[in-house]
Design a protein around this ligand. Structure first.
Ligand code: OSB
Ligand code: MG
Length: 374
């Protein structure tokens, strides 16, 4: 295939409910979408970078810059057989993984469309249904959180993850366990603690959590290994795992017992598959994380979740939890058993609503081929 055109769009979409983590509250998303035209095949990728560089160094603005100035020009006009070669073509640019992923994932979609297979089959997926959990942000009151948990459990979700931070942790877990002693429950700190909190973190063991996600620094796995030796509960790494090499090192150090894979965080589908494979070989289960995606990114997360070692329920959940109207059709829906049925049609398996995307677009730019030297 040959990449003839790359179009960048920024869309704005309000969330149906604010989402709060230890690093802040999001009420509206600014999302960069990438559309490629590969010899008449149109395919899309979603950039999961946030509004601010708080989860990682990237934001939608840095992604726009990297895509426009370097990444799109590196692919434009190039001829190749498989999306597998994209990482090598983008390798010269350091970091900017979420930006790279949005472009690479669009190429996977194009390849799947051209080969007339679902994207999940193209990447080697095997599952026909994926297990779903939800990630519930910090609320204004614990009672509000309990109400949300009740709603999600009634909808069938198999695992509840709650965001935590100092001051919103053990007392909250205790209230949850009073109501639901047996549910699969986990927490995600988004790096809100340090090793000085070790005695406090040990108290988390009392609540029979499935895992504690990224308690310490976003760029660390060495000290997570030290913490893991002191805890009964398994640590799950999110932010710290940016590549298959990171996964290998973290596993060897025993820094985690579980890995959250986000295709954007690791720089694209090829690297996400590689992280999956490393974890599988070591007997470390993985699950698919979420970044408040629209339907495009969500569809790609569903495809990724069909790989065999995605053996724990992920954070991929129904469109309606995020958006009044999603930009794909049909919406992603979750069964009363807390599963998503994997679509069988070619490519992403959901149609994009082009008119709606146009209406939501606040910035649009077509990137032309140019040579980058020096
Ligand atoms: O740490 O998993 C995280 C959202 C934004 C940034 C970081 C995280 C999250 C989530 C949301 O937990 C998961 C979802 O998309 O529902
Ligand atoms: Mg996380």
């Amino acid at each position: 295939m040959r990449i003839d055109r790359v179009t960048l769009r920024e869309i704005r979409m309000p969330l149906v409910h604010f989402f709060e983590t230890s690093f802040g509250r999001t009420t509206e998303r600014n999302i960069v979408l990438v559309e490629i035209d590969a010899e008449g095949t149109h395919a899309w990728g979603e950039c999961v970078a946030g509004e601010h560089p708080f989860y990682s160094e990237e934001s939608y603005e840095t992604a726009w810059y990297a895509l426009k100035e370097y990444l799109a020009p590196a692919l434009l006009g190039k001829q190749f057989d498989s999306a597998r070669v994209v990482p090598a073509l983008l390798q010269r640019v350091r970091g900017h993984r979420m930006a790279k992923a949005s472009l690479e994932n669009a190429v996977w979609e194009a390849e799947a469309l051209q080969k007339k297979v679902p994207m999940w089959k193209l990447i080697g997926g095997t599952r026909t249904e994926i297990d779903c959990g939800v990630s519930i942000g910090i609320q204004d009151t614990v009672d509000q959180l309990l109400g949300k948990i009740e709603t999600e459990l009634s909808a069938g979700y198999q695992r509840i993850k709650v965001k935590c931070k100092p001051g919103w942790d053990v007392d909250v877990f205790r209230r949850i366990r009073e109501h639901w002693p047996k549910i699969l429950l986990s927490c995600d700190a988004n790096s809100a603690y340090t090793l000085a909190d070790i005695d406090h973190l040990k108290r988390f063991d009392e609540f029979n959590l499935l895992m504690i996600e990224q308690p310490l620094w976003n760029d660390d796995f060495y000290f997570h290994a030290r913490l893991q030796r002191e805890l009964k509960t398994r640590i799950c790494l999110d932010e710290a795992i940016r590549s298959a090499r990171d996964a290998e090192a973290a596993i060897e150090l025993k820094a985690c017992g579980i890995i959250n894979i986000k295709v954007g965080r690791v720089g694209g589908m090829s690297e996400a598959i590689a992280v999956h494979d490393v974890a599988k070989e070591s007997g470390i289960p993985v699950w698919c994380g979420g970044m408040l995606e629209t339907g495009i990114g969500r569809a790609h997360n569903i495809a990724l979740s069909t790989l065999p070692n995605f053996s724990l329920p992920g954070d991929v959940s129904a469109s309606k939890r995020y958006w009044k109207e999603d930009i794909i059709e049909p919406d992603v829906t979750v069964s009363p058993r807390g599963t998503i049925t994997v679509p069988q049609s070619a490519g992403r398996g959901y149609e994009v609503k082009r008119d709606l995307i146009e209406r939501l677009t606040v910035r649009k730019e077509e990137i032309k081929a140019k040579s980058v030297s020096a």
